[in-house]
Design a protein around this ligand. Sequence first.
Ligand SMILES: [Zn+2]
Ligand SMILES: [Zn+2]
Length: 828
Amino acid sequence: MTDRPESIPRYDFPAVEKKWQARWEESGAHKTDISRPGKKYYCLVMFSYPSGDRLHVGHWYNYGPTDTLARFMRMQGFNVFEPQGFDAFGLPAENFAIKHGRHPKDFTDQNTAYMEKQLRAIGAMYDWSRKVDTSKPDYYKWTQWIFLKLLEKGLAYRKNAPVNWCPSCSTVLANEQVEDGRCERCGSEVTHRDLEQWFFKITAYADRLLAGHAKIQWPEKTIAMQREWIGRSEGSELVFGVEGKPGTDIRVFTTRADTLFGCTYMVLAPEHPLVAALTAPARKADVDAYVEKSRKATEIERTSLEREKTGVPIGATAVNPVNGEKVPIWIADYVIASYGTGAVMAVPAHDARDGAFARTYGLPIRRVIRPADAATPYPADEAFVDDGILHDSGAFDGLDSATARKKITESLAAKKQGRLTINYRLRDWLLSRQRYWGAPIPIVYCAACGIVPVPEKDLPVELPYEIDLRNAEKGKSPLASVPSFVNTTCPKCGKPARREVDTMDTFVDSAWYYLRYPSSDRSDVAFDKKAADAWCPVDQYVGGSEHACKHLLYSRFITMVLHDLGYLSFEEPFQRLFHQGTITRGGAKMSKSKHNVVNPDAFVEKYGADVFRMYLMYMGTYEGGGDWSDDGIAGIERFQLRLWRLAWATRDFARPGRGEAGGSELKELRYRLHYTIQKVTEDTASFAFNTAIARMFELLGALEDYWRAKGEKADGAFLAEAIDAFVKLVSPFAPHLGEELFELRGGTGTVFDSGWPKFDPKALVLDEVEYVIQVNGKVRSKATFAASATADQVKEAALRHPRVIEHLDGKQPKNVIVVPKRLVNVVV
Ligand SMILES: [Zn+2]
Ligand SMILES: [Zn+2]
């Protein structure tokens, strides 16, 4: 052994990490000159919101590996911009503050300061000079400005709308925040209310949002989720009359006008505006009770396929426009008022949900579509839901479904009882929140002038600090309890007026934050058009897939609107998107109740940030995530210490001109080195961090073996080439260690501006021979070996081959026959 352990200093990671973080800060190594984009690369992670838990392992898993990509891109010669900030407004901070008698602002400021400290410890190249905090007036001023721009364009409007209401949190809840009829935060039973609220007209952009998918490189699954969420379907709007009520029409939207002759009843949503007027007096008590009950269930529950379908008849009759047939009208809560028209023509023979409902209530089932292919069975006891051929459908008999949909709708259009139309599942974006900790909606209500927008010059409408949240009147926006905020003068007529007291959904704050980073130093504009056009779209965005139909959809919408208003030249915010997976422990999702949460701070203290982040990248594929292991992280620690020791031990010898020039035995080692450079380059670029690290493990082992065998006689030129390349390869993964070793090797400045090693294609060509690998005479695999490999080397390698191990199944081989340059046969 010649690695002279006595002379190798201990790797003092706390000192090394501190040293490099301080140097980066002093030298401004991570500051991006926004005015010179050059070959720009905007790398962004979803910013975090401050909660009582601060930075958890999920944040680290999002941020550490993404920074590795950012550092790698910088070493490829890109001008990388990697900013960081806080989505600081919102319910978690407000609820926490109320519970602990704190002010949300104080709580939030304290938390973001702590989280910034934690984020700095990751060793990421965040440009902290461009930090964004959505709860600061210099940010939300521009959130309010965006609201005004949408209002001007007719894309913001106010209307009375039923909402999910949590009486305990005294706020409106989004459908996603309701679980089994209860508030996801506090568990209280959710009720419903009608409130005047502000909406953004995202539905006007439904087709654009769909078309834009072709321009972005996003996970196919995420695009599919958005497509489903937007829910575009081409179909027909048909008009049913009501018996005994001339002039009353019920409009239904259907994608299956071809099944119209099979309609045997009609269903209205319990909230349908015609229910009260059409209900027969004798049915009123039952209908009222049903309507009341259905208001308690959430939309998600109501449309769940598993849920038992219930309903009641209202004692009225609808008239089928195609044949004048009379069918009973029911109400049932599986029909939603805001989807389509809130009315459904029920065809139990050809729709599974209608079929189940008809069987429950003994309603008639009439079949009108048979399979086009006679061989396909035409089931009598379940719904046949595919397209087919019409029968029992009057003049339309014998037509295929697609033709019939068109013909039937056209025939009704002539009588003004039908038209071809497009329907969307997407609803407008409800942005009013009856909460304090958000951006005030910049609107004033005047008795004379009505709804008056706050003029741009008066922005921001500042959130008052003085407020007693615990004693604010329940069920009202807390801001309503602050007279100095509420009472103002009308910007139009100057008479006394009242301010809007609701605040904006925090998804408005986060819909445009990526635009603010390059212009965070500008107080006169939300963002500078030149800077935005130069740096955006974001080249690589990384964050959780749970945001697919909220943040990721809202950002696209706001960006398209700003584009249409002439503020931006592009219309998609995030060119490439990646979703990291989830870290589990003991195979289970981490949660406080299971006591299996990994606290990053404790592990960073024990192992350092380099080991912690590199282990996160090693434990599984980045999109799949992995299972945390306390032993696994120790393996990464050993790897980094071994690399440290090798670099130290060889520091005097890894120089051109030292040792003895290596001969043919170096060829395989150079192959290993350049193969590793190639694989680490490809894998890191495609987020395959775990396999990149595995290749580095192999290379380290091979270099250690060489150094052990040769010692001071090792080829100095080769050692220098190998160790200098290795230091660069490892730097994006373990940036502090990378800098320290770069300095040890005589590098000046930062390793991240020193370029990336290139692999030598010539080194990747070996004199190789392909061997057939047999077990008991049966061919099991093939493998290539160096032409110079001895029989013993081939034998040894064959026994390590996974296919051989598999077929040995734990048994000892009796004999191994090697036919040089041809085959190897393992006999059991
Ligand atoms: Zn609640
Ligand atoms: Zn006025």
